[in-house]
Design a protein around this ligand. Structure first.
Ligand code: ZN
Length: 287
């Protein structure tokens, strides 16, 4: 009576689901265990679908996707996140939609980076050198200052992948984020272009997974800056550039893109895709 084998033998579907789910969660992050986890999640997806009331199928897609990503199977991971996103959107689960968009974006970045590394050559070497510099950003030594300036210069690199990587590396270390905030503030009047390059790194980070405006309350909470972040299409190539630092009232007033800065208020922007400069312009001052 009550032997474990008996229980397993007679377990209900729901008990089986829970048992598999719990066993997958206990696996570690070695490749072998991740491979096992993928197997368990795949088995679970054979028992669970969108109509299963006691279990959220999105959680399984998410976990299997993360396992695939760990195994560097980026395409399979992206497929699982796409399934999760589609279901979450239909259910109007906003929190999950945002998380999933962020994870998708990060996975696409990792995939791109892996492709560059696999391609070897100068570009792969450049990314490795940048990663080495990033280690210095966590400290407070003169090396940190030099690493910051070197990566900051790469925000204007002619290669879009290098620019994007520089932005990612500068955004994470807390000391680097403090430097960015200082550059943004100090250069606002004297060198608006440099100020905007710094603001954009902060903006790309805060808008990851989202394509809409970040209002000033959130920007203040995250960075202590009285600004907002807006999206704007590039005037040259049409690419939708996100996370452009703007005055707090910027999102509430009409703005448009231009090749020049003629207007009541203008912000210089470097396009993430084509690398050309354009301006976001307001007809009246949105401060
Ligand atoms: Zn462009």
């Amino acid at each position: 009576m009550g032997l474990l084998t008996n229980v397993v033998g007679n377990e209900t579907q729901e008990e089986k689901i829970n048992r598999l789910w719990e066993s997958a969660k206990k696996l570690d992050w070695s490749d072998a265990e991740r491979q096992k986890a993928v197997g368990i999640y795949t088995e679970l997806l054979g028992m669970i679908d969108e109509s299963t009331p006691s279990f959220n199928v999105c959680a399984i897609f998410r976990n299997r996707g993360i396992s695939y990503r760990h195994l560097k199977n980026y395409d399979a991971a992206l497929q699982d996140f796409a399934r999760e996103l589609e279901i979450a959107r239909r259910r109007d689960d906003q929190m999950r939609v945002m998380e999933c968009q962020k994870i998708t974006e990060e996975t696409q970045e990792q995939k791109r980076k892996a492709e560059i590394e696999a391609g070897g050559g100068e570009k792969a070497a450049k990314l490795r050198a940048m990663a080495d510099l990033e280690m210095n950003l966590w400290g407070n030594t003169p090396d940190a200052g030099r690493a910051f300036e070197s990566l900051f210069a790469d925000l204007e690199n002619e290669d879009a992948d290098v620019r994007a990587e520089a932005s990612r590396l500068l955004a994470d270390p807390p000391k680097s984020a403090q430097r960015l905030i200082a550059v943004f503030e100090e250069c606002r009047e004297t060198n608006p272009y440099r100020s905007q390059l710094a603001g954009r790194v902060l903006g790309r980070k805060i808008t990851k997974g989202m394509d809409h405006t970040i209002h000033s309350q959130i920007a203040r909470m995250m960075y202590g800056l009285n600004i907002s972040f807006i999206p704007c299409g590039c005037v040259h190539c049409g690419f939708f550039n996100k996370g452009i630092a703007a005055p707090p009232n910027g999102p509430m007033m009409a703005y448009y893109h231009q090749v020049d800065d003629k207007g009541a208020y203008a912000i210089p922007v470097l396009c993430d895709r084509c690398g050309k400069k354009f301006f976001v312009v307001w007809d009246s001052n949105p401060l």
